[in-house]
Design a protein around this ligand. Structure first.
Ligand SMILES: [Zn+2]
Length: 178
């Protein structure tokens, strides 16, 4: 099972609030360490291929929207979905240290932004798992939760779609946002 790490999102939201660039680092083409969003990832241009990838992500957003409406009568706020390519030399700041960014998704905590690397979709990873994980950050402000099969933030757990949905709703309830 590959190691899965995504952006620790409270830092991004904090930087955004202060109007600063995102706390991401990477190496430029000359090998020099640089900071900022552009050093970390690039948004894909919106062409037919990107729209197709984005539609795959949106399918899971609609699933979540429907679940939340049926279960809690809650209207999920609009999520901004971006398809990105992560810079091969990118690092992310994780609990005090910089580690190579090998990520399946990112989100702004409470900011309703979700970034999905094209690679996550093309590699056939469990996209529902990724999108529901990021939604708990972006829409429900949740941090990573040690021991959670959906929200541990370090590992991809091999769970069924039903289990993903069940854990999602459970964490939504715990968030106190509904
Ligand atoms: Zn996460």
């Amino acid at each position: 099972m590959s190691k899965l790490i995504d952006i620790i999102t409270e830092e991004i939201s904090e930087m955004k609030r202060k109007g600063k660039d995102l706390h991401w680092r990477g190496r430029n083409e000359k090998g020099k360490m640089v900071t900022g969003k552009k050093a970390f990832a690039r948004e894909r241009d919106m062409n037919d291929e990107t729209y197709k990838l984005r539609r795959d992500v949106m399918g899971h957003i609609y699933d979540a929207k429907r679940l939340l409406r049926n279960k809690f009568g809650y209207d999920l706020p609009r999520q901004r979905i971006r398809i990105i390519d992560v810079h091969p030399g990118a690092f992310i700041h994780n609990e005090g240290e910089y580690i190579p960014a090998y990520i399946a998704g990112c989100a702004t905590r409470g900011g309703n932004d979700i970034y999905i690397p094209a690679k996550s979709i093309e590699a056939g990873w469990d996209l529902k798992y990724i999108v529901f994980h990021e939604l708990l950050h972006s829409a429900f402000c949740l941090p990573h939760i040690k021991g959670s099969l959906l929200m541990n933030g370090e590992r991809f757990e091999n769970i069924s779609n039903e289990e993903t949905e069940k854990l999602f709703l459970q964490h939504v309830q715990e968030s106190g946002k509904i």
